[in-house]
Write a protein that binds this ligand. Structure first.
Ligand code: FMN
Length: 183
């Protein structure tokens, strides 16, 4: 797939088949992720993986509970989270959390670039992804880190679910770019 096509057709995917993913596939996606540029080439990322739809689903309620308390001030989001039919990981067979391994000033930016690489790489390989920002408070909870084997000093930045997509939504239009030209 050409990069232009990947950019134009990638979508947030919220509907996955039951087909599992194997470690080799996740490692290939992480291989895409680590090609991202990083400040001073520090490559400050680490990857925490939860593999298996059932394993991931088992964490969905805890992730929602933590998100509910974190985003309590946002009424629309709180109502969405309170809906028992809403599964925060969309039944995906894997979660890859891109984490900053240090607290350097630009590590979070580096992790976002790695996450975008991972999402585009997955799309080019025929897989779907969705960034699950709602899961970030849960991932940053020390108890979650301990349970998932994430080192205490890592900072989960970009939680991405991955899986075989049931369908690919049509591209959504973007608002025109706001540009300021200095001339
Ligand atoms: C930082 C960030 C956080 C996001 N968090 C969520 C989330 O918690 N749940 C979700 O379903 N989508 C989430 N998304 C996906 C966005 O809703 C989606 O990218 C956006 O609506 C544009 O749609 P597209 O990616 O299909 O072009 C997030 C995206 C980003 C970049």
């Amino acid at each position: 797939m050409m990069i232009e096509d990947a950019l134009r057709t990638r979508r947030a995917v919220r509907d996955y088949t039951d087909q599992p993913l194997d470690r080799a596939t996740i490692e290939a996606l992480i291989g895409d992720a680590i090609l991202a540029p990083s400040a001073m080439n520090l490559q400050p990322w680490g990857f925490a993986v939860v593999l298996g739809a059932a394993r991931l689903h088992a964490h969905a309620d805890a992730a929602k509970r933590t998100a509910l308390s974190h985003f309590a001030g946002n009424a629309a989001l709180a109502a969405h989270l309170a809906d028992p039919r809403f599964e925060v990981f969309y039944g995906a067979p894997a979660l890859v959390a891109v984490c900053a391994r240090d607290d350097h000033q630009q590590s979070a930016e580096d992790c976002c670039l790695a996450a975008q690489n991972l999402m585009l790489g997955a799309h080019a390989r025929g897989l779907g992804t969705c960034w699950i920002g709602l899961a970030r408070p849960w991932l940053n909870d020390p108890a979650t880190k301990a349970a998932l084997g994430i080192p205490a000093e890592w900072r989960p930045v970009a939680p991405i679910v991955v899986g075989h997509r049931r369908s690919l939504p049509a591209p959504t239009p973007r608002a025109a770019a706001t540009i300021v030209w200095s001339q």
